[in-house]
Design a protein around this ligand. Structure first.
Ligand SMILES: Nc1ncnc2c1ncn2[C@@H]1O[C@H](COP(=O)(O)OP(=O)(O)OP(=O)(O)O)[C@@H](O)[C@H]1O
Length: 235
């Protein structure tokens, strides 16, 4: 679905990503981990086309892709309108968009809050609304930048279980869905991801199946930098 070849991103003198090689295929659930400033957000933004590479190349399969942020972007309109507008912009009639939005909101447990102004919803509810919007518009790949970082444990579990439900279902065309998310929560990485990528100062230092990533002894031998970062944090 996504490929980076020798991709770098510079912001002035800061090299936020440095010669990244990466290929993500349909159905993968990829977690990006690393210290603050290691390049996780920049990598997601590059994959979504929100920043241009300063060097190297980005390739995206022709597909619908959506990105969710730590603080979701909400229009100052009802929850239902926030979802329906995206669908209307895709060409649905307004009544079809409204009906589909109602379905999507029910799926994320927001059916009763459909008429509430989205900006008055709690952080967890807004994140569920953002997921409903991506789900309804038929995204095949979802990129999420620390989607549960500011949520309480209950809201975090709800959002996580929706991410899991979304990724476990195929899209209407039968293709497996692809999830790429940045997280500082290693328990979440273990629960949701099949592959973990560890970044350090803009470079990919480890790219492993999640079981291998959380095998502390093996990681220490094969990827000492990643092991040093995770030491004491391994769930
Ligand atoms: N728009 C920008 N202008 C200048 N520097 C930037 C910009 N965006 C990111 N950077 C720098 O690029 C580097 C990587 O930042 P990035 O936000 O990608 O890291 P991160 O791993 O997502 O961090 P965090 O865990 O804190 O969210 C940092 O040094 C950051 O200061």
């Amino acid at each position: 679905m996504l490929r980076l070849q020798d991709a770098s991103v510079c912001f002035g003198a800061v090299r936020a990503l440095d010669a990244v090689e990466l290929e993500i295929v349909a159905g993968e659930r990829v977690a990006l981990v690393g210290a603050n400033g290691s390049g996780k957000s920049t990598l997601l933004r590059l994959l979504h086309g929100l920043v241009e590479p300063s060097g190297g190349s980005v390739w995206r399969a022709p597909q619908r892709q959506a990105m969710l942020f730590q603080r979701p972007f909400m229009l100052r309109a009802s929850a239902a309108h926030n979802v329906a507008l995206g669908l209307w912009l895709q060409g649905r009639t307004w009544s079809a968009a409204r009906a589909q939005a109602a379905e999507a909101l029910a799926r994320v447990g927001l059916g009763e809050l459909a008429g509430r102004r989205a900006t008055t919803l709690s952080g967890g509810q807004q994140q569920r609304l953002a997921l409903a919007r991506a789900w309804a518009t038929g995204a095949q790949t979802l990129l999420l930048d620390e989607p549960t970082a500011s949520l309480d444990p209950h809201a975090k579990r709800e959002v996580e279980s929706l991410m899991d439900a979304w990724a476990s279902a195929s899209d209407p065309g039968g293709l497996p869905r692809t999830l790429v998310f940045a997280s500082h929560n290693l328990g979440q990485v273990k629960r949701l991801a099949t592959r973990a990528i560890y970044l350090e100062r803009g470079r990919v230092r480890a790219d492993l199946p999640v079981d291998a990533f959380f095998d502390a002894e093996r990681l220490r031998q094969t990827h000492p930098e990643a092991h040093a970062f995770l030491k004491g944090e391994l769930p």
